[in-house]
Design a protein. Structure first.
Length: 202
């Protein structure tokens, strides 16, 4: 059992403690620059083994790819399709991620780079800012990114990843990695870090 601070939200689909949990320390540990959301799950403050297994039931492992800035932006544009504007002009989840079946798992957010999504822009042109340590990411830039094996295969509408060289494969299931992390960190102190902004321009 592990304990998460009560003032840090750990809720499904929110980039609060989740991206903090897989934030700077795991980035350094994995030797990667960028880490995608490895699932959209929630955990109680007091975490038990069954909580992790319920929250992350998949058999995914991890894959580290070398990607260009162009590939990264293409993938982010796919994720930006998750958002839409409703009839009243409010930001909402796109129907394409809700019908014919709910596919929240095909939306990724990213830790390690700062970026902005303008939902008022056409699909494919929504990433209006993308920086790494304050510098704009150019198409020709290269970096490493850690994905779950499902996403690295191109599944969910991310075919650009299949063109990227594999740097490393971590053949341990995600649930086991999470459990091992909690075993070695029985009481966590997390700081939230918001890597992105979703907005609509006037």
């Amino acid at each position: 059992m592990a304990q998460i601070p009560s003032d840090v939200p750990v809720t499904q689909g929110q980039p609060g403690a989740f991206t903090s949990f897989f934030g700077p320390d795991p980035l350094n540990l994995l030797g990667v620059v960028i880490l995608t959301s490895l699932g959209t799950w929630g955990l109680p403050q007091m975490v038990k083994r069954r909580d992790v297994l319920i929250a992350y039931p998949y058999t995914n492992t991890l894959t580290v790819l070398r990607v260009t800035g162009k590939v990264l932006r293409e993938a982010m544009e796919r994720s930006a399709e998750y958002f839409d504007l409703d009839d009243e002009g409010h930001i909402c989840v796109s129907e394409s991620f809700l019908k014919p079946k709910v596919e929240h798992y095909n939306y990724d957010y990213y830790a390690g780079v700062d970026y902005a999504i303008d939902v008022s822009k056409p699909v494919g042109q929504r990433i209006t800012a993308l920086t790494y340590q304050g510098k704009t990411v150019r198409d020709g830039d290269e970096c490493t990114i850690c994905l779950n094996s499902y996403r690295a295969s191109g599944a969910g509408g991310y075919p650009e990843y299949t063109r990227c060289p594999i740097v490393r494969e971590i053949n341990v299931e995600m649930s086991d990695l999470i459990l091992d992390f909690f075993k070695s960190h029985p009481k966590l102190s997390l700081k939230t870090r918001r890597w992105f902004t979703v907005f609509m321009s006037p």
